[in-house]
Design a protein around this ligand. Structure first.
Ligand code: GLC
Length: 727
């Protein structure tokens, strides 16, 4: 039995049992408006003793989109996905779970509809895996909210999902600059050197991260005074160069007498507890630790206020990691392992398969479900709830602690807030990166696909570790990945301890020069990227989209390695080793191709719709501007906001009429909500061999400093008209 409620003309809620209030949905429901039903539209239902499955028979050509941070193709059909947040750094194709839990999908085909399940523990989406035509969604509980979006339009379904769960997060404008990180910048000296090197080499940079190495014995909210003697001074000095420092923060609190965070947490009962009511003991980087109970609002307040140590230094960005929460081991699981080792030792002369199996037991001591079942949260009303039942919320609530208190610590200031684990709703307050990928060519493709799926979930501001986190990277791989990164909202080069360094200067002169050009290209696109990002949030329209969301031709449904970046630009990165180009599908309209390398060199060519092999040397990335739309560029800078933008270059292919809505604001506050922003409507109409240009500026508060707009407008035959306009 479900309680059914019509939320809007396309959205229906089916409530089963007494669901936990996750905070994902922000719409107030009228609880009296329910009708009791036993069916759910589109699905047949199979009920087990502890679980319930929803089954749908897919038509041959149905395509499934969504599910956010999952591996495999963009069309999710043909694989099984399990939502149970997991710290798994081996993103191999068969894996079913990653860090986030994103149970929202769209089925597009004979029938088109969306489904979102608001349930914070294990859910399996078997999408034509066990049986090629059967979609089977299994929820391991009888207490959940299930929403059906009955609508033919994919983008309208997504809009409706945002109506339900909220609009995407908006970072500061500088978050669209280039960012550098590495796990193993061991000292303040090293961080300063990296920052200086960027400036010496003329490679733009906005952010540098300090990973766990800055902490004293991996204790959260502490700084190692020996290796980082003047962290605050470093933050201030780098700020003068336009570089912002972002520290990592982990939730595990080291058990150590006298350590303030531990003492306060213990005294006030702020940690998750075991079955006997004692703080639950687990282990992460610092060794034995307790987990703060983020499901409790008092704990969130306490934790969020701790960030003051950083906000007081002028820091405006935070990186919340390990919040699945990751468990390396518990004393109990470690004991089991030692017992196993003792057993092995007894037979050490005759070991064979036992050693093979022991390896698996070793792996299982981390992130073990049994451990997640053995601790509890104390909710605001005093009830205890087993962690396993709300597992997927831990990262969301951890990051909510940060976001909520930022309103007090940095009133009206935007922050760059990253979380590793996530749940629907987190997209309103922060964003995520894609976790511990590898320096593998295959993972560039994973990045391209996940970028599109995450945008459907409202994680517009996202990206992967550019160059790959684990394993050593070659120069070619980093260059190609940087080219993709330049066209993802979150553009950060990050790599793991003990891997080959991958800052742009770590390889050879040629690669360095290419990477400089790519980063400069990114900054040239800043007016476009920011304007499109802000418009996409306003319109609840994914910033990055599969081309099949824009074009109806069947072939577009097969295209997963090209994507729309904003409304005007299609990006087709080269992501294979030794390739000097790639095949590109140009759907339905004409396209203006710019195989870009240096911002200053804009050689563009017009293509009719069709399939083409596009050459792209190592230094080049194939970009395509859609017919009758425009892009806006400006001179690159060393960091966002270094100079006022006084000149824009507008480029496009206009066969009839193109309108660009340029948007800008202060980039750091929320004043835009009150109307503090400037816009320019740039209107280009084709007239015989010329173009008519109309410009309408709306800038009450004097936000815009643009004086000149340079136009480079192409005609179908590839001829270009260049004009300048003063505004
Ligand atoms: C985790 C993070 C990674 C970070 C590392 C050390 O693996 O995902 O980005 O560098 O921890 O803090």
């Amino acid at each position: 039995m479900f309680k059914k409620m019509q939320i809007s003309n396309m959205t229906t809620l089916y409530k089963s049992g007494t669901p936990f209030n996750t905070g994902a949905v922000i719409v107030d429901m009228d609880n009296n408006n329910f009708e009791q039903v036993s069916n759910v539209t589109f699905f047949t239902i199979e009920e087990g003793s502890n679980e319930i499955s929803f089954i749908y028979e897919m038509a041959k050509d149905d395509v499934v989109y969504g599910l956010g941070e999952t591996l495999g193709a963009l069309n999710k059909r043909g694989k099984r996905y399990r939502f149970y947040a997991t710290d798994d750094p081996e993103h191999t194709p068969e894996k079913e779970s990653l860090y986030g839990s994103h149970p929202f999908m769209i089925l597009d085909g004979e029938k088109t509809f969306g489904i979102f399940i608001d349930y914070p523990s294990e859910i399996i989406f078997d999408i034509g895996f066990t049986h090629k035509d059967i979609l089977k969604i299994t929820i391991f509980s009888k207490d959940f909210d299930l929403y059906i979006f009955d609508c033919d339009e994919k983008l309208t379904i997504i809009k409706e999902y945002f109506n339900l769960t909220g609009k995407p997060y908006i970072p500061p404008k500088w978050a669209f600059g280039y960012q550098q990180s590495r796990w193993s910048y061991f000292s303040e000296k090293e961080v300063r050197e990296v920052a200086n090197k960027y400036r010496e080499l003329g490679i733009p940079l906005d952010v540098i991260y300090t990973d766990i190495d800055y902490m004293d014995s991996y204790k959260v909210f502490t700084i190692n005074k020996e290796t980082f003697p003047n962290y605050e001074g470093m933050v201030k000095d780098l700020k003068e160069k336009g570089i912002k420092v972002i520290p990592i923060l982990d939730p595990g609190v080291k058990i150590e007498e006298g350590y303030e965070v531990y003492e306060e947490g213990k005294k006030n009962g702020y940690f998750c507890v075991d079955k006997d009511g004692k703080p639950f003991v687990t282990a992460v980087w610092p060794g034995l630790t307790h987990f703060p109970d983020f499901l409790n609002s008092k704990v969130r307040k306490w934790w969020g206020q701790k960030y003051k140590v950083f906000t007081d230094m002028g820091i405006k960005g935070f990186w919340n990691d390990m919040n699945e929460p990751s468990i390396f081991y518990t004393p109990k699981s470690l004991d089991k392992l030692f017992d196993l080792l003792k057993d092995l030792e007894k037979n050490k002369e005759e070991l064979g398969i036992e050693v093979f199996l022991a390896k698996e037991s070793f792996a299982k001591i981390s992130n073990n479900r049994e451990d997640y079942r053995s601790f509890y949260h104390k909710l605001d009303d005093g009830t205890l709830i087993n962690h396993d039942l709300v597992h997927n919320l831990y990262g969301f609530k951890n990051t909510q602690a940060t976001a909520d208190e930022m309103k007090e610590l940095l009133p009206n200031q935007r922050t760059l807030l990253l979380s590793r684990s996530s749940y629907p709703g987190l997209h309103r307050i922060a964003s995520i990166w894609m976790g511990d990928n590898k320096s593998w060519w295959e993972h560039i493709l994973v990045n391209i696909r996940m970028l599109q799926s995450l945008n459907m979930m409202g994680f517009f501001y996202t990206g992967a570790d550019i160059g790959g986190f684990g394993a050593d990277a070659s120069a070619e791989l980093v260059v190609r990945w940087m080219e993709l990164g330049a066209f993802t909202p979150f553009f950060r080069n990050h790599t793991a301890l003990n891997t080959r360094p991958q800052e742009p200067w770590q390889f050879d002169e040629e690669s360095l020069n290419i990477m400089r050009d790519i980063v400069r290209l990114r900054y040239a696109f800043l007016p476009y990227t920011y304007s499109e990002y802000m418009n996409s949030v306003k319109d609840s329209n994914p910033f990055v989209k599969p081309i099949s969301f824009v074009f109806e031709n069947p072939r577009s449904k097969d295209i997963e390695d090209q994507y729309m970046y904003g409304e005007s630009l299609m990006v087709a990165p080269v992501y294979e080793q030794n390739k000097k180009g790639r095949y590109v599908h140009l759907p339905q309209v004409k396209w203006l191709n710019w195989t870009a390398s240096k911002y200053e060199e804009r050689k563009m060519k017009v293509y009719e719709p069709g399939d083409y092999y596009i050459k792209a040397d190592l230094s080049e990335i194939p970009l395509f501007i859609k017919e009758n739309s425009l892009i806006v560029l400006s001179e690159p800078m060393n960091f966002v906001g270094e100079k006022d933008i006084t000149e824009l270059t507008v480029a496009g292919l206009v066969t009839d009429h193109a309108l660009y809505n340029y948007y800008d604001d202060d980039g750091t506050t929320y004043n835009f909500v009150k109307g503090d922003f400037g816009t320019i409507k740039i209107d280009v109409t084709k007239e015989r061999n010329d173009f008519k240009i109309a410009i309408k500026k709306d800038d009450k508060n004097n936000m815009l400093k643009i004086k000149t707009i340079h136009f480079e407008i192409y005609d179908s035959d590839g001829s270009v008209v260049k004009k300048d306009m003063l505004i």
